[in-house]
Design a protein around this ligand. Structure first.
Ligand SMILES: C[S@@+](CC[C@H](N)C(=O)[O-])C[C@H]1O[C@@H](n2cnc3c(N)ncnc32)[C@H](O)[C@@H]1O
Length: 223
């Protein structure tokens, strides 16, 4: 597994520890619990009542847990989704096959979808007729995005301590341009510097209660 160590988190779901960076991919209090709270409940659910399809942009695809949860939830809600994900360091099939997400309620039976999500590192993957995943195997800093093409962003990079370059106004400004007005960005990080960088880049921000083990998270709305 190279520099990735498998770890069981507080809710029984797995995460990975990247020893080169010194960080986990998810909260050690619960990987599924955190992803559901931050990205599905504060993100996808707040978009689900709007008209039309949901165009999601993810920064840091990693294990694909956010995509898998979005797949499951959008099926329940009858929502068509396009999902564009940046990941410069994709995980090997051997690592993916160790992850236990499909043993959990709501994700059981999705093994083939989970493996399909990881079948290639770049290009289009049709997960169902109304769920299209586009994987991009480059660093987000290099992304060229169409103006006004997304309405929801999952910002799930490593923390500002280890990846400061991704939490800057230039990056958030690029994301802001790619969002429709009223589009939202959700992230697990609630640091003041991140909130101010988002505000400088054309977002209004809200601090929301975080998942267990974390006081707050951020939701930003493109104004
Ligand atoms: C905190 S992990 C979260 C991963 C993922 N969302 C998940 O649920 O497994 C951060 C991810 O960002 C990826 N990453 C690192 N540098 C990046 C960059 N410059 N652009 C986009 N993603 C990056 C890492 O490889 C890692 O997969």
């Amino acid at each position: 597994m190279s520099n990735k160590e498998l770890k069981t988190t507080g809710d029984g779901s797995h995460t990975l520890f990247n020893s080169a960076v010194g960080e986990y991919y998810h909260s050690i209090h619960g990987a599924i619990q955190e992803s559901t709270h931050v990205f599905i409940e504060a993100g996808l659910h707040s978009r689900a009542s709007g008209p039309g399809k949901i165009n999601i942009l993810e920064i840091g695809f990693g294990t694909g847990l956010n995509c898998l949860l979005s797949y499951s939830e959008s099926l329940e809600l009858g929502l068509p989704v396009t999902y564009t994900a940046f990941e410069p360091f994709p995980l090997s099939k051997a690592t993916i096959s160790l992850l236990n997400y499909c043993r959990f309620e709501g994700l059981a039976g999705y093994e083939s979808v989970f493996h399909a999500m990881h079948e290639k590192f770049s290009g289009l993957i049709k997960l169902r007729n109304d769920f299209l995943l586009s994987r991009i195997n480059t660093a987000f800093e290099e992304a060229i995005l169409e103006t006004g093409s997304f309405n929801l962003v999952y910002f799930d990079a490593f923390s500002p301590e280890v990846q400061p370059e991704l939490w800057q106004p230039e990056i958030f400004g690029k994301i802001r341009e790619s969002l429709v007005p009223g589009g939202i960005l959700v992230t697990y990080c609630a640091k003041g510097a991140v909130r101010r960088a988002l505000q400088q880049s054309g977002f209004s921000t809200e601090r929301l209660p975080g998942p267990p083990g974390k006081r707050e998270m951020l939701r930003a709305t493109a104004i």
